[in-house]
Design a protein. Structure first.
Length: 70
């Protein structure tokens, strides 16, 4: 048996209040933790970029030397 009730109309102000209440429950990072994690993400992105760039350059040279004969 399915219930097809009339949807209740909630106030937009109640919705915003619920959002603010949930945001107060969040455990926020400290400034130091945020800075460390940002630095870590940048380092990992740079290292992965260097690895992928090197692999791309290597495959480019393989294609140029063996398949195109230049």
């Amino acid at each position: 048996m399915t219930y097809h009730g009339v949807p209740t109309k909630r106030s937009r102000f109640k919705f915003v209040g619920d959002i603010l209440a949930e945001l107060k429950k969040v455990t926020w990072l400290t400034r130091r933790e945020a800075a460390y994690l940002t630095f870590l993400v940048l380092v990992v992105a740079i290292v992965v970029g260097i690895i992928l760039g090197s692999a791309d350059l290597g495959f480019y040279n393989i294609v140029q030397n063996f398949f195109l004969g230049q």
